[in-house]
Write a protein that binds this ligand. Structure first.
Ligand SMILES: [Zn+2]
Length: 329
């Protein structure tokens, strides 16, 4: 209990909480103190002090003081336990992970309501509704997320900090198919694939997270690495459940470590594009992986293809299997 309380107070610092409640304070001198009008009694000259380092407040006007819990007891007229419950709710509303989860859930609900999104998934060869749910694919039509999240009690400031809403106050993702990006199974980002041609790929600010679905893929002694979410989706649909995705040809250091977390064979299946950049990236990565004791194979698809376009244009599982078998060291 005592420890939970400390964690709660760290998660939701008193000053942040007060600012969420629209309290404005100015620095009182050089230290960690802020001063403003007291929210607990009527006054015209500021006498309410908050020490951000100690996480405590004191009012010279009404003589009240204490920590965050005490402040909630006084301002909400609640006893101790209900104050804690109230603060747990408030802290969830200040949690970027929670708001990303809500946004992802909202976008998943939108998917069925917009025929253009359905059409796009079909164009990309994705037709298994169970798989679409499993991959938590959603659709951001644009223009309705902000209202939804504000109604749930999230602050506009938080929506802007996570990048869900841009600095101008509009939904950042607009006409995009949305995939959640996870770390340790928690959503840390959203990837939006435009259903139009403009600005094809977009992430919110911050990390792109783990290799996709790594929790389930890591158990396989052999994995297929692809660069795009739609590559992964069609491979899973065709039964290649040991495929994972790095969301681009550049792996983060965390993603690289994940591939190396045990001896395994990695089939690098990057695009075979005209300028050779996919294959160049695959070669560089293969080199670095081998230095870590990982066996690598480079899968060569027909020129101009990635796994997604291969399946969309009629390729099937046995054919793809033959590419794996023909893959070069
Ligand atoms: Zn006061």
């Amino acid at each position: 209990m005592g420890e939970d309380l400390e964690q709660l107070k760290q998660r939701l610092p008193l000053l942040d909480y007060l600012r969420q409640q629209n309290w404005t304070g100015r620095p009182a001198g050089q230290g960690p103190e802020f001063v403003g009008l007291c929210p607990l009694h009527r006054e015209t000259r500021p006498s309410f002090y908050v020490n951000a380092r100690k996480n405590l407040f004191y009012c010279h006007g009404c003589g009240q003081g204490g920590d965050l819990i005490r402040f909630v007891e006084l301002s909400q007229h609640l006893s101790f336990r209900p104050s804690l419950t109230y603060l747990e709710q408030q802290s969830a509303l200040a949690d970027p992970a929670a708001v990303l989860r809500q946004a992802s859930a909202f976008y998943q609900q939108q998917l069925d309501r917009y025929p253009e999104a359905q059409r796009y998934l079909e164009q990309r060869g994705l037709h298994d509704p169970a798989l679409i749910r499993e991959l938590q694919i959603g659709y951001a039509p644009g223009g309705n997320l902000r209202r939804h999240l504000l109604a749930q009690g999230y602050s506009l400031g938080l929506l802007k900090r996570t990048g869900l809403v841009n600095p101008q106050g509009h939904d950042a993702l607009f006409q995009r198919v949305v995939f959640p990006c996870c770390r340790d199974s928690h959503i840390v980002n959203l990837y939006g694939r435009s259903i139009n041609t403009a600005f094809t790929h977009r992430f919110l600010p911050g990390s792109k997270g783990d290799l996709v679905a790594w929790e389930s893929v890591r158990q396989f002694p052999t994995v297929i690495l692809v660069e795009g979410m739609f590559d992964l989706a069609v491979l899973w649909q065709a039964g290649f459940r040991h495929a994972t995705c790095s969301l681009g040809t550049h792996l983060t250091s965390d993603q690289f470590r994940q591939l190396c977390d045990r001896p395994r064979t990695v089939y690098l299946t990057f695009d075979v594009d005209a300028n050779g950049s996919g294959q160049q990236a695959a070669q560089g990565l293969a080199h670095r992986l081998r230095a870590q004791g990982i066996t690598t194979r480079r899968v060569l698809l027909p020129p101009g293809h990635d796994p997604n376009s291969f399946f969309v244009q009629g390729g099937d599982a046995p054919q793809f299997h033959s590419f794996l078998e023909a893959a070069q060291l």
